[in-house]
Design a protein around this ligand. Structure first.
Ligand code: NAD
Length: 509
């Protein structure tokens, strides 16, 4: 199915301008960066990209603001985040519009992304009163040992196009509560939503009397990001994007002994066991694999199905895929919007060509849509491909809605297949057998940072730490105790006796 009504670029430009104006952004005319919409594939605005001098000024201003912000009591810092959360609530619809226009997400997913931002603000407000350190039993009489968490410094946030606002908020809400200042280099594919978020945070800062420079935005391409990566005044570089990007960023930050937090690509799988509730599994699989047009880091890319139920499950999945409404993401019936760019469609088609040359069989989808009506946009049918083995192309992350289906006979074999990829982000098992579920969640089971039971791989809540192992980069963001990455611990030994007792019974003098 293709949803019918298609907006024009002029409609989308007007809608973006209205949303921006409602959050207080006057579209900055300039040069160096083109804001586009994947809905039609056309340019919307020409914006000014940050120059090296702008970057230098932003880092200096951010560092200066940090010196004040780190001494502001944490619960006061939380007030800034609370105000940001209120403004995000007020502008949920405007921000959702901008996400749909720039990233192509369907309306409910775009609004869901804004909700995620609101949720992390709530979390970070609570966190601002819970930056706990431990006290530790000292081996010496009259001594106390404590762990104190201090603000870290300037945090450089480099983000990807596919969660153009939520990833920023996971980092920024938590970093601000922790006493850090933030410089944000968003994807050059999503500058408009970034301008809106920056404006709302500036408004929040003004409303609560926080320094404006606790947050700075730098629009531009990777060259702007590279400045943050190399500058020793940036204490933490939190970078979300492809493994290729992380491979460049990680060693460069490490070379100057900076900290990095890497959230990189995934190649997520679900195991479907013979006892699975197939109604639940079908719904979970279709959302995880085809939702967001396959452009989530947690998108389901590999399905590992028990041989006995493979034909039944595949028949149900292909039936669901054949009915997926594809098209205008503002249309309420649409479930699959555009890919971000024609290059992404090329990547999808080239992966399909490779896998078919190896014997992979396309079972549903795979065609381009709307090519005549919108020749500069990239709409594609989500595709299911049956493969016999986990070849090189299956082991890669292709950032498009391709679901590879493999079969298995024993759970041990399924888990081995599951883990035999370079990435380690998200995973799931559909089963009603508790032993199988527990094995999958155990140390011998999934090797991913996210492991789920009876739910797909995507759509995490902010309360739990988010991130993955191996080539996914090892970083953890959002909830749980991820906040520790944004602070530095100090161990304090306090002697409240009048004796100088040395540790390990060392005697001296
Ligand atoms: P990308 O790697 O092309 O770009 C991500 C960001 O990094 C952009 O802001 C880009 O300008 C910047 N960048 C690229 N090279 C850089 C360099 N050498 N130095 C500094 N900055 C650099 O990724 P993308 O296409 O925007 O996003 C899709 C990718 O992001 C997928 O691989 C997806 O899995 C991943 N992703 C991961 C997570 C996660 O939490 N693990 C979340 C969202 C997206």
């Amino acid at each position: 199915m293709t949803s019918t009504a298609l907006p024009t670029t002029e409609d989308l430009r007007g809608r973006a301008r209205t949303a921006l104006e409602r959050v207080g952004v006057t579209v900055p005319e300039g040069g160096g960066l083109t804001a586009r919409t994947p809905i039609t594939g056309d340019p919307l605005f020409e914006l000014a990209a940050a120059t090296p001098a702008d970057t230098e000024e932003a880092i200096a201003a951010s560092r200066a603001a940090f010196l004040t912000w780190r001494t502001t009591p944490a619960p006061r810092r939380g007030e800034l985040v609370r105000r940001l959360g209120e403004l995000l609530r007020d502008h949920k619809s405007d921000l959702g519009d901008l996400i749909t226009i720039e990233a192509g997400k369907i309306r409910s997913e775009a609004l869901g992304e804004v909700q995620e931002m609101i949720d992390i603000c709530d979390f970070a407000v609570g966190l601002s009163r819970q930056l706990y350190g431990r006290t530790i039993a000292s081996e010496r009489p009259g001594h106390r040992l404590a762990e104190t968490w201090h603000p870290l410094g300037v945090v450089g946030v480099i983000s990807a196009f596919n969660f153009p606002a939520a990833v920023w908020s996971w980092n920024t809400a938590v970093a601000l509560a922790c006493g850090d200042t933030v410089i944000w280099k968003p994807s050059d594919l999503t500058p408009l939503i970034s301008l809106a978020c920056d404006r709302l945070l500036a408004q929040a800062a003004e409303d609560v009397g926080a320094p404006r420079d606790v947050h700075r935005l730098l629009l531009g391409d990777r060259a702007v990001g590279e400045k943050l990566v190399d500058d020793p005044r940036v204490a933490l570089v939190s970078a979300t994007g492809s493994t290729r990007m992380g491979r460049e960023v990680g060693p460069r930050v490490a070379a100057r002994f900076g900290r990095s937090l890497l959230e990189l690509g995934g190649n997520n799988a679900a195991i479907v066991a013979p006892s699975a509730d197939l109604d639940l599994a079908v719904q979970g699989i279709v959302f995880a694999a085809a939702g967001t047009a396959g452009q989530r880091c947690t998108t389901l890319r590999r399905l590992i199905v028990h041989r006995d139920i493979a034909d039944t499950l595949i028949a149900r999945l292909t039936a669901a895929y054949n009915k997926l409404p594809i098209g205008n993401p503002f249309d309420e019936d649409t479930l699959v919007g555009p890919l971000i760019s024609p290059a992404a469609l090329d990547g999808m088609q080239s992966a399909l060509t490779r896998v078919q040359a190896e014997g992979g069989k396309v079972l549903a989808g795979g065609n381009r849509r709307l090519a005549e009506a919108l020749p500069r946009a990239a709409y594609a049918e989500p595709v299911i491909v049956r493969v016999d083995e986990q070849s090189e192309v299956v082991r890669e992350e292709t950032f498009a809605p391709i679901l590879y289906v493999l079969t298995y006979d024993t759970l041990e074999e399924a888990i081995a297949l599951h883990n035999d990829v370079p990435q380690g982000l998200s995973s799931s098992i559909f089963t009603r057998d508790q032993q199988e579920a527990e094995l999958f969640l155990s140390a011998e089971g999934s090797d991913c940072g996210i492991a789920n039971v009876n739910i797909g791989t995507s759509g995490a809540e902010i309360g739990g730490a988010f991130g993955g192992e191996k080539e996914t980069g090892g970083g953890r963001e959002s909830g749980s105790d991820s906040w520790r990455a944004y602070m530095r611990p100090a161990t304090n030994t306090i002697n409240y006796s009048s004796q100088l007792a040395l540790a390990q019974n060392v005697s001296f003098l």
